[in-house]
Design a protein around this ligand. Structure first.
Ligand code: BV8
Ligand code: ZN
Length: 237
């Protein structure tokens, strides 16, 4: 059996990683996450965008995968599992998932904004979160940026293609912890449904996907995912 998981920030919420929604409450309440995660934001104030990403990068050292990530990794003993994630954290990999496709890039890769060469240097330290910090410079003079996909930027071709294949070949698609409003990622569950593949949504709140999903569970990732594989036959009857 092939299970494809589509995950968003909500799967990392119980690890203590703020979701895009929570961000408005934390240190970044004054910035709009959609503005700071855009190529316009980067062009306008790279030092603010750099500080936000570097803080998020370092924050990952103090959090752990939760029972939701661990359940998805454990499913690999019983099924072929592919994880398509909108998250830029590394918690799926740290939980043990092997096939992980990052549709929106990663906090753990950096590149030059001008010549595109990967940045292999030492990252500047960030003992505590700050609102502004100058990004390192590439020898070519360009600014170093995180390898994440900002609003208005194209998704990585390879991750996108692998994700479309993983959805097309799935026997069931489990959509967990995403508000399902950002495209083209949010189009993947629609592709599954159009192929007649059952889609199970796990989210404590309703989303634009909830009405179309085969099953929608108003539960959190860490509580719903551990027992979900066993519940599939009953859920999909
Ligand atoms: C593209 C990476 C084309 C960075 C992200 C106008 C102008 C320009 C573009 C557009 C436009 N109109 C539409 C678009 C397209 C745009 C888009 O969809 N915009 C939306 C706002 C309408 N998309 C793009 O721009 C994409 N690129 O289209 O390119 C193109 C093609 C060719 C050439 C050039 C260009 C790029 C989009 C990627 C943006 N980058 N992230 C970073 O992470 O910093 S998006 C980011 O927000 C996430 O990755 C995710 O995709 C999105 C939403 O976040 P979620 O993960 O869903 O999290 P959220 O906080 O929203 O929700 C959390 C959910 O979890 C909630 O539902 C909550 O109930 C639930 N939850 C909470 N706790 C739990 C839980 N669930 C389970 N358990 C819990 N405990
Ligand atoms: Zn360069």
């Amino acid at each position: 059996m092939q299970v494809t998981v589509l995950s968003g920030a909500g799967i990392s919420a119980e690890s203590g990683v703020p979701t895009f929604r929570d961000v408005e409450t934390g240190l970044w309440a004054k910035v709009d996450p959609y503005e700071i995660s855009s190529s316009q934001g980067w062009q306008a104030h790279p030092e603010k965008v750099w500080a936000w990403y570097l803080w998020r990068h370092y924050m990952m050292e103090s959090v752990q995968p939760n029972n939701g990530h661990l359940a998805v990794a454990a499913w690999q003993d019983h099924a072929q599992v592919h994880v398509v994630t909108q998250n830029v954290d590394n918690l799926h990999e740290r939980a043990g998932s092997r096939n992980v496709y990052h549709l929106h890039g990663s906090l753990f890769e950096f590149r030059c904004d001008a010549c595109g060469s990967p940045f292999e240097g030492d990252l500047p330290a960030m003992p505590e979160p700050v609102a502004s910090a100058d990004p390192p410079q590439c020898p070519c003079g360009g600014l170093i940026r995180p390898n994440v996909v900002w609003f208005g930027e194209a998704l990585p071709e390879d991750a996108w293609q692998r994700s479309v294949d993983a959805v097309t070949n799935a026997d069931v698609v489990i959509v967990v912890g995403t508000s399902s409003i950002v495209y083209p990622a949010a189009g993947l569950p629609e592709l599954a449904l159009a192929n007649g593949t059952p889609v199970i949504e796990v989210n404590p709140e309703r989303t634009p996907l909830s009405d179309a999903a085969t099953v929608t569970l108003r539960e959190t990732a860490a509580s719903a995912l551990p027992g979900l594989l066993q519940r599939l036959p009953a859920l999909l009857r």
